[in-house]
Design a protein around this ligand. Structure first.
Ligand SMILES: [Fe+2]
Length: 484
């Protein structure tokens, strides 16, 4: 007769063995895959200005380019932003938990800027805080006949087992491929977007068209960004250093238009910050701000990593624009300087996953590190490292620069999967130990799940393994023989 506990033990051992087999397949340097998929690429051209994808809402001074982002450290606030074109109008947000019934209202602020001879609309930004967790809120902005209504759902409270589904999008731009990516993401059931930089690609234009294309992009993403937070990281296309037209202030358009809650994480710049959401601690870094030792970003990250509490937020996710591990010819080695500065911290703090963009293709690494190497000695090649994050590049949103189709050969041992096509990813956190990851290719309008795996939490999966093993061995020593 098999005791129930023995049966339990059998399933436990089976589960452990399965985990080991799976982990070894993710962690170690199996031969990586270079996908042979070649899609017939739609032309990488920006959608024309008069296309319905950029539709201006009807009515005098109607709010447009509506987008929200998390407004505090823990997810009980949102920042709502929008633009009015004709006159400043109110910066007020009315909101409540029932449709058409707005019991609360709060005043925001308004700004505008010029870029060459382009004058921006009136950019409103309003912090709505003190919200309840896990609640649907309806909100209304603008006034009179041209006011507009939207809604959003707050995340569950910070809890180690809170499930949550993030989308990851990078280098989106405003082409027909971008539209396909955006529509696929909207249908994915994702609850918030982790955006890894390069938003509108407006800097591909000149003079007044730069500002015009920021406006179209704002209207383009509104279909998602007005209803759920997009967590912003900046890329090179946000720098807009354009001295030939007298524009030399880095990130001018981006910083006026896309607010981040940097003060809540004690950051001195909106370009790098952190938030906690459900069971995740998300760190946003700026590839194009100083990050070497003693700079503000370096000092901030050092402190922020100490604030990470894996007992409360087991999932530690880092966003940056330039990938640290990239085997594409495009932007090869550009992440090396940040790797040299931050990689040892990522290993020490057991970051689960690092998402980046920049390279217009998809690539996923095994868990590897290169921290054993220094310029004086050591093996110069990355090696398997169970404490290392998985590095994922999703710079494949679909902008007008097209795909980065030339990978380097042979495929490095650390590269697990790579494919040069457009798409987006989702990370579906199930509990403190497991998350499901998918990369979805855009295949001529269809969404095709192409690369997927179970991400084991770096902190809890390993602790749990140790505890279960300890329990197992204790029982073995007092008479329980191994079940198989
Ligand atoms: Fe980029």
């Amino acid at each position: 007769m098999i005791m129930p506990e023995v049966t339990g033990m059998r399933s436990l051992v089976r589960l452990l063995l399965t985990s080991f087999v799976f982990l070894s397949s993710v962690d170690n340097g199996n031969a990586g895959i270079t996908s042979t998929f070649i899609r017939s690429e739609w032309p990488s051209i920006d959608i024309p200005l008069d296309n319905e994808a950029f539709l201006v809402p009807k009515g005098h001074n109607a709010p447009q380019q509506v987008h929200i982002t998390q407004g505090d450290y823990d997810g009980k606030a949102v920042i709502i932003s929008w633009v009015t074109d004709d006159e400043p109008g109110p910066s007020k947000v009315q909101y409540g938990t029932s449709e058409k019934r707005y019991d609360f209202s709060v005043e925001g602020t308004m700004t505008n800027y010029t870029f060459y001879k382009y004058k921006s609309g009136y950019i409103h930004s309003c912090l709505v805080d003190g919200l309840e967790y896990d609640t649907k809120y309806y909100y209304k902005i603008g006034s009179g006949d041209s006011s507009r209504e939207f809604w959003f759902q707050t995340p569950p409270k910070i809890d180690p087992d809170a499930p949550y589904k993030f989308g990851i999008i990078g280098d989106l731009g405003q082409t027909y491929n971008s539209l396909s990516t955006l529509e696929h993401y909207i249908n994915s059931g994702g609850q918030a977007v982790l955006f890894v930089g390069d938003l509108s690609y407006s800097d591909r234009y000149q003079y007044n068209d730069v500002g015009v294309r920021w406006d179209t992009w704002g209207r383009f993403i509104e279909r998602s960004a007005a209803y759920q937070p997009w967590i912003w990281a900046a890329g090179n296309h946000e720098i807009e250093y354009m001295p030939y037209m007298g524009e030399v202030i880095p990130f001018k358009s981006y910083l006026h238009r896309y607010t981040t809650p940097h003060v809540a994480s004690k950051s001195s710049s909106p370009l790098w910050y952190a938030i906690r959401r459900a069971s995740a601690h998300i760190i946003v870094l700026s590839s194009y701000s100083s990050f070497v030792k003693y700079t503000p970003q370096w000092m901030w990250l050092k402190e922020e990593l100490k604030r990470v509490d894996r007992e409360k937020t087991p999932w530690l996710i880092v966003l940056m624009h330039v990938p640290i591990y990239n085997s594409n010819e495009a932007h090869f080695m550009e992440g090396e300087s940040m790797r040299a500065v931050f990689e040892s911290w990522f290993i020490h703090y057991k970051v689960d996953v690092v998402f980046a963009g920049h390279v217009h293709a998809y690539e996923r690494s095994y868990r590897i590190s290169n921290i054993h190497y220094n310029v004086s000695s050591g093996d110069p090649f990355p090696r398997p490292d169970k404490s290392a994050p998985v590095y994922i590049t999703v710079g494949d949103g679909g902008n007008q620069e097209g795909l980065a189709g030339k990978f380097r050969y042979p495929q490095p041992e650390y590269s697990a999967f790579r494919e040069a096509s457009y798409g987006h990813s989702t990370l579906e956190i199930k509990n403190r130990t497991h998350a499901l990851y998918h990369w979805n290719r855009n295949d001529d309008g269809k969404k095709v799940p192409t690369d997927s795996f179970i991400l084991h939490n770096q902190y809890w999966a390993s602790n749990l393994r140790r505890r279960k093993l300890k329990k197992h061995f204790l029982r073995s020593s007092v008479g329980w023989t191994a079940t198989y």
